[in-house]
Design a protein around this ligand. Structure first.
Ligand code: C2E
Length: 351
């Protein structure tokens, strides 16, 4: 599949295929993001492939191409993840630089050993020298050997400096790749993977250091209905709006993430339940206070609301049990009429 599409993209039908891809994406209401473009190119470039079949099935069933769906399709069908490529390339550069550093070190050792030998020989010769002329020759040999050693050291230093710069550049690049892999592309908040890692580390830290740790889970109310009424492109804008409010409310050391489709989470270290509740109430009010507009038609979309639930971590509690309690509080908010904040500690005990 890869070879066929890759060669089409470099042949006479390349631009025809690209235009068809854009038209089909537009007809299906799919954003022309690089990942979507890649996905649809592979689907249309290989119309009898499994990816094309799946896209056709979804189109016929009227299933939306949400970001989560796109990610899943890409993971399953795209022949190579961009990320995998970047990591592989970075690994190759790192290999090259590390072997260059070890050969510089080996060269340095060799030239140091040779210089040491010259010094030893000189010491023996000085003892045996019988006249001024003999000494002069020894000093002149020593001067030449010292200059050569200096020259070699300088050239090794330059090579090391170049390798160091390359390694620094590589580290910065890998940091960008890592950040990309941990970021939700639509909302630019941390993604689920980053959230899982952050929560596990925060639980470990709270366990060993004994500080307070609170977890909130938030969900956009009636998001599905909203998507069905206005289309998922507008739904995406709503996700971005809610994420922007959460992002502003969750400055470091708080940590906000897009946790699932329309679900978000915030981790609050070192804060009392009252402080967390006040912060969540303010987020809830801010989100509900704004009337959104549909950009393509300027329709008034009204306000969106969110429901939230939070739990204070108990000593020894696992990240998954902690999350489950925060989720239970969220569902209490949903059951209680939405657009509200509930605390797990105040829920009636399960029978
Ligand atoms: P965006 O469209 O990329 O906008 C980024 C920020 O630029 C917004 O952050 C806001 O500060 C400013 N901005 C953009 N357009 C306007 C505008 O027409 N009027 C004003 N006063 N400011 C504007 P903000 O408000 O936090 O929104 C974040 C994202 O949420 C937006 O990203 C957009 O994707 C979505 N969003 C927010 N409000 C609306 C809305 O009324 N309709 C739609 N369709 N999307 C919205």
């Amino acid at each position: 599949m890869t070879v066929k599409v890759e060669s089409t993209l470099r042949g006479p039908q390349a631009y025809g295929l690209a235009r068809k891809v854009v038209d089909r994406m537009e007809a299906a209401g799919v954003w022309p993001t690089p990942l979507n473009f890649e996905l649809w190119t592979y689907a249309l470039g290989q119309p009898d492939g499994a990816l094309a079949g799946e896209i056709q099935r979804m189109t016929e069933a009227g299933e939306p191409f949400t970001e989560a769906v796109t990610d899943a399709l890409a993971a399953q069908h795209l022949p190579r993840g961009r990320l995998t490529d970047q990591i592989r390339d970075a690994g190759q550069v790192l290999d090259r630089e590390l072997s260059s550093v070890s050969s510089v070190i080996a060269e340095a050792q060799k030239s140091q050993a040779a210089y040491g030998q010259t010094l030893e020989q000189a010491a023996t010769s000085i003892g045996a020298a019988e006249d001024g002329e003999g000494l002069q020759t020894i000093v002149s040999d020593l001067t030449t050997a010292t200059r050569q050693a200096q020259h070699e050291t300088e050239s090794l230093e330059k090579k090391l400096e170049a390798s160091t710069q390359e390694i620094v550049r590589l580290r910065e690049h890998l940091e960008l790749v890592r950040r990309d892999a941990m970021t939700d592309a639509l909302t630019e908040l941390a993604n689920r993977k980053a959230f899982d890692e952050h929560l596990a580390a925060a639980c470990d830290h709270a366990e060993t250091e004994g500080g307070a740790l609170t977890l909130a889970v938030l969900d956009i109310d009636h998001f599905k209905r909203f998507n069905d009424t206005w289309g998922h492109q507008t739904g995406d804008q709503v996700l971005r709006y809610v994420a922007s409010v959460l992002g502003r409310a969750a400055a470091n050391p708080r940590f906000a993430a897009r946790f699932g489709g329309e679900e978000f989470a915030i981790v609050f270290p070192y804060e009392s339940a009252a402080m967390v509740e006040a912060a969540l109430e303010s987020v809830r009010r801010e989100i509900a206070s704004r009337s959104l507009r549909r950009r393509s038609t300027d329709d008034d979309l009204g306000a969106v609301t969110v429901s939230a639930g939070f739990a204070v971590r108990r000593r020894g509690e696992s990240a998954s049990a902690f999350l489950e309690r925060a989720d239970a509080a969220l569902y209490a908010s949903k059951r209680g009429g939405r657009n509200r904040v509930s605390c797990a500690e105040r829920l009636p005990k399960a029978a």
